[in-house]
Design a protein around this ligand. Structure first.
Ligand code: CO
Length: 212
């Protein structure tokens, strides 16, 4: 772990590395942003978005919270989606969860966690939706890993439920919504290949919001 005092020294080195390669790096960024990607991930310290994707400042708009949830009453996440999709016009929205997620593990425990109860109930709701599939998995670790994946998929569904995503997609063909899982044990990202088109078509039967 880095000590608190090291970060400013690290920052100066980081600035020098970038300006050494490209003297206009920061002045160009100061003129505006045009990222292709919105990344919605877990706040976990082991899942740093830019690093795991090899991306630079300006490449990705990021929202993170405990267990990468997209909740309709969360004005923070909803504002991020509205701005990134409606104003920045990102081409892709990624919900990226990870194995080893403490939030998903906590949602599988029968414990009162105070303020976290309401937040983690979103994950219990995912479990309830897939209870048959999950309860049929005997190995507790495999069941947990599957819930991590299903939570990612359901948060993608929550992204697709938003008016801004439906309207923008029908108008421009973007954004495409993707679900990825990151494995903190080996550093690899995997695309869960959720069926975006099928989900959108199914969602629009009940949640269609593109008019007006
Ligand atoms: Co996590």
């Amino acid at each position: 772990m880095t000590s608190y005092d090291e970060v400013f020294e690290n920052n100066r080195k980081w600035v020098q590395e970038h300006t050494g390669r490209d003297p206009n790096f920061f002045s160009r960024l100061a003129t505006g942003q045009d990222p292709d990607l919105l990344f919605i991930g877990c706040a976990d310290s082991r899942v740093p978005p830019n690093e795991i994707m090899g991306l630079e400042p300006g490449d990705v708009f990021v929202h993170r919270n405990v267990a990468n949830l997209v909740v309709s009453t969360d004005i923070n996440a909803q504002s991020v989606i509205e701005y990134a999709v409606g104003h920045l016009g990102v081409k892709h929205v990624v919900v990226c969860g990870h194995y080893g997620c403490g939030g998903v593990a906590a949602a599988m425990q029968p414990a009162d966690l105070g303020l976290l109860n309401g937040w983690l109930r979103e994950i219990r709701d995912v479990y309830r939706l897939y209870q048959g599939e999950l309860d049929a998995i005997e190995d507790p670790d495999m069941r947990y890993r599957r819930l991590v994946e299903l939570n990612i998929q359901e948060q993608c569904v929550n992204v697709i439920k938003t008016a801004v995503v439906q309207k923008q997609y029908l108008r421009t063909g973007h954004p495409i919504v993707h679900g990825w899982v990151y494995d903190i044990a080996n550093g690899l990202l995997r695309d869960l290949e959720i069926p975006f088109g099928d989900i959108l078509a199914e969602i629009r039967e009940i949640y269609r919001l593109e008019e007006g």
